[in-house]
Design a protein around this ligand. Structure first.
Ligand code: GCU
Length: 678
């Protein structure tokens, strides 16, 4: 049955003509198995080629016929070494895939400096076949732009997943470490296929239990499965673990006993997991403890953990998602205020992990002004793959364009072209670490992500983490081909649907720079009227500031002045009604309902038009998917169709509820052409 389990590594038989052509490039396979990664590479090539072409190529020790595939490193394979390939610029994870003659025969060579590089090259080769590209004249070289390409799992130890919409946690803590569910291997394969090389196993709202020896044995078992696939395990740790777990009276980062406790804990972890990645820390945020509880700074806290990990080569990923409950202070300003003064104060193995926007994974928000503002600190970007604010599992929202928008935003911090991507890529000489994290959307459901289309968001995250320059459309195109089919009558319309889907969600949920209008707490469905939560800055009304006269959050000098956190030329534009893009209008400005947009329409008319456009776009997606019946198996066709029906209903709910609420404030008539709810 087509239950989505195979993800984009589907390897179903190619159409006969395509398979026949590729068999000329897959006549025999020369690949070692001396290490676990070599064995993984071999098994993936056998499985992939066997599936796609009907039978796997025979294994061989040398090239004896045309169509050989030779995979390895110069140090592991005498044959590869004899080819004198130039692998100098491939680093420790890059690869080359080249068509060349070996022993007088046509061959495909997949090589790198490390086994992992070769594994990535093997996945690249398989992808070419999956998407129907020619494979006889290859000359590809590729290396990742960032070192740490990590999934953050917000998984609790009772298997609940915070903001997870795809079932329970993948990690079965009850049966680990004894039972190694084959799914752990398939998880690692999927990640390796897109270049993800790290996995933070537990929720940032961390339970100290994870640091007990009993749980570390379980973590070690997972790390043992992941290792062959180039994935390191990391853990989220609570800052006050020395108190809650260690029985100390304090977690003060300058206290020698506390420092000793963490050092011992790190030593214990590395005895069990020699390639352990490090710690992710949510400190002094949303009720979590932090160094501030002891009168210390974020840098004191991060550096203390960094000192414990440094002898073992581990890193600290210290999160910048902080905002205190200070009524009257604009929440989006706080991270910058707290962290910018600490630039240059962090140890060399600390990365500051910054969410893409200054608020919280909204359908659209401007980039976080910390990017570009801390040149002496490696900044990681944190994206959210799970759709906490985007309709959960059912709504079809392809996040490639959102991720791209975040990466391509120009901070102007060091002149034009200082994009967020360049900021996080950092120096590429290997001294300062660089990285990107995505909050995972995986769970125990058969299809991993709660829908087939959600898989595309995991896929796109990995591909962009490897190379932020790739286009969201090209990635979607690859994904559709690998996941569904190469049928051109199918690929084009589905890619178009996906590419339009994110803007549609912005339109029907939070157009023109509105944000955080979702049901308070659950973040599901519209609730722009809601002010029921105990903290002002958790409520939709805090963000829309709507009343009888107008709507929007004044973040210019007459308001919170958050705009001043951006580089001056950008800040000037955003603060100026004549310059600010429509997409960010209500993020930075409070304007009257009668405000004239560039289009000539009033703001009120424009708002109604955007909501309606979003709903129309969902209707179009639904019709387009319905028209593709027959191009795709019935199981996946029906499921996506059902989800699109849900999405259409919800888009309508968003539009009608939002408009009705604004109207209850402004008493304006509906613009002509607007069809009121049936
Ligand atoms: C959001 C989310 C929380 C999460 C937090 C974080 O606020 O709703 O569930 O814990 O982000 O990133 O720490």
């Amino acid at each position: 049955a087509e239950d989505g389990y195979e993800l984009w590594l589907r390897y179903h038989p190619l159409p006969a003509a395509a398979a026949a052509a590729y068999r000329n490039q897959a006549g025999q396979l020369i690949v070692g198995k001396a290490t676990s990664t070599q064995a993984a590479t071999r098994s993936e090539l056998l499985r992939g080629l066997g599936g796609l072409l009907g039978t796997p190529p025979p294994l061989s020790a040398e090239v004896t016929r045309d169509g050989a595939i030779v995979a390895g490193t110069p140090s592991s394979s005498a044959l590869i070494a004899s080819l004198h390939l130039d692998t100098r610029d491939l680093g420790s994870e890059g690869y080359l895939v080249r068509s060349m003659r070996v022993n007088g025969h046509a061959a495909t060579v997949i090589a790198g400096n490390t086994d992992i590089g070769v594994l990535y090259g093997a996945f690249r080769f398989l992808r070419l076949l999956q998407i129907g590209r020619p494979a006889g004249t290859l000359d590809l070289r590729d290396t990742p732009r960032m070192q740490l390409r990590v999934l953050d799992h917000w998984d609790d130890l009772d298997r609940h997943v915070e903001r997870g919409y795809a079932g329970q946690s993948l990690w079965n803590w009850w049966t680990l470490p004894d039972d190694l569910d084959p799914r752990y291997t398939d998880y690692a394969r999927a990640n390796a296929s897109i270049g993800i090389n790290g996995s933070v196993l537990n929720n940032v709202n961390a339970d100290p239990l994870i640091l007990t020896h009993r749980y570390l044995l379980k973590v070690a078992a997972l790390a043992g499965v992941f290792r062959a696939w180039g994935i390191r395990a990391y853990l989220s740790v609570p800052f006050d673990a020395p108190v809650r777990l260690g029985g100390l009276k304090t977690a003060d980062p300058l206290d020698p006993a506390v420092r000793g406790w963490w050092r011992d804990k790190a030593d214990e972890i590395y005895r069990l997991i020699p390639d352990f990645g490090g710690f992710l820390v949510k400190a002094h945020s949303e009720g979590q403890s932090g160094p501030q509880d002891y009168g210390r700074t974020h840098a004191d806290g991060a550096n203390m953990l960094a000192a414990a990990l440094a002898p073992h080569g581990g890193v600290v990923m210290w999160r910048a998602f902080v905002y205190a409950n200070r009524p009257g202070e604009d929440r989006v300003k706080q991270a910058w205020d707290e962290f910018k003064p600490l630039d240059g104060k962090f140890a060399a193995n600390v990365l500051l992990q910054v969410k893409n926007g200054p608020l919280d994974f909204q359908p659209r928000e401007p980039f976080n002004p910390l990017f570009g503002a801390m040149p002496k600190t490696p900044l990681m970007m944190e994206l959210q793959i799970t759709k906490e604010y985007l309709g959960f599992a059912t709504n079809l929202v392809y996040l490639g364009p959102l991720f791209k928008e975040a990466l391509a935003a120009d901070t102007m911090a060091h002149g034009k072209g200082s994009t967020v991507a360049r900021v996080i890529e950092g120096r590429r000489d290997g001294h300062a670490p660089s990285g990107i994290a995505g909050v995972a959307n995986t769970g125990s459901e058969r299809d991993w992500c709660g829908s087939d289309f959600n898989q595309a968001n995991w896929y796109a995250f990995g591909r962009l983490a490897w190379d932020p320059q790739q286009s969201a459309r090209a990635i979607a195109d690859d994904w559709v081909r690998m996941t569904f089919s190469n049928d051109p009558g199918f690929v084009g319309p589905v890619v178009d649907m996906m590419m339009a889907s994110r803007e549609a969600a912005v339109d029907y949920m939070t157009p023109l720079g509105l944000a955080h209008q979702m049901g308070a707490g659950s973040h599901y469905g519209p609730a722009p009227w809601d002010h029921s939560l105990p903290r002002a800055d958790w409520n939709p009304t805090y963000y829309n500031r709507a009343d009888a006269r107008g709507i929007g959050f004044d973040r210019t000098a007459t308001g919170s002045d958050a705009v001043a956190q951006y580089a001056p030329p950008l800040a000037r534009c955003l603060a100026d009604l004549a310059c600010v893009p429509d997409a960010y209008l209500l993020w930075f400005h409070h304007v009257p309902w009668t405000y004239r947009m560039r289009s000539g329409a009033t703001l009120w008319q424009a708002l109604v038009e955007h909501y309606t456009r979003g709903l129309d776009a969902v209707q179009t997606m639904r019709a387009s998917w319905r028209g593709l019946q027959g191009h795709v198996d019935a199981e996946r066709q029906l499921k996506a169709a059902a989800f699109l029906a849900i999405q259409q209903r919800e888009a309508q709910w968003w539009r009608d509820a939002s408009i009705a609420y604004w109207q209850s404030l402004n008493s304006l008539p509906l613009p002509p052409g607007y069809a009121p709810p049936a």
